[in-house]
Ligand binder design. Structure first.
Ligand code: OFO
Length: 173
């Protein structure tokens, strides 16, 4: 059984995962309108993953006797400055999410909720991977600089990465 405190904290995380999904969806849609289909595909896949993170939390809260609440979400931005700006925002956002997960883990330890603590370890590892991925992408973009041909290849690279990620997600499902 979840304590009210942990249930509330998990519901806040549900909201954050949901808004991450919307945020990446907005980035994906903007990239698609700019003709960057590989980047868009990568971000669409990322948005789907965040939705699954939200779903996983909702199911956990319900299984533990609480109520996973579907959140009302604020509209994300419609447009973005550049591809570089998008991935800077992705990294910044992932760092914020990691900090929130870490706070949640700490609260579980204080409340002696070892079951939720154990459940959250999956999110801890996921955040390490997502931060690392955002950093790798930013490094690639730095190498390219403002070069158009480089951006074309980068777009194709991300399309391949998106296909690999969704194949891995299908295997897990
Ligand atoms: Fe939910 O994994 Fe990133 O934010």
């Amino acid at each position: 059984m979840l304590s009210k405190k942990i249930e509330k904290a998990l519901n806040e995380q549900i909201e954050l995962e949901g808004s991450s999904s919307q945020y990446y969806l907005a980035m994906a849609s903007w990239a698609e309108t700019q003709g960057m289909n590989g980047i868009a595909q990568f971000l669409f896949t990322h948005a789907d993953e965040e939705r699954l993170h939200m779903l996983k939390l909702i199911k956990f809260v319900n299984e533990r006797g609480g109520h996973g609440v579907v959140p009302t979400l604020k509209a994300p931005p419609k447009t973005f400055k550049s591809v570089q700006a998008i991935f800077e925002l992705v990294l910044e956002h992932e760092i914020l999410v990691s900090n929130e997960i870490n706070k949640l883990v700490e609260t579980c330890l204080k409340e002696r909720d070892y079951t939720t603590h154990n459940f959250l370890q999956w999110y801890v590892s996921e955040q390490i991977e997502e931060e690392a991925l955002a950093r790798r992408i930013l490094d690639k973009l730095k190498l390219i600089g403002g070069e158009k041909g480089g951006l074309y290849l980068f777009d194709r690279d991300l399309e391949t990465m998106a296909a690999a990620e969704s194949a891995a997600a299908d295997k897990q499902a």
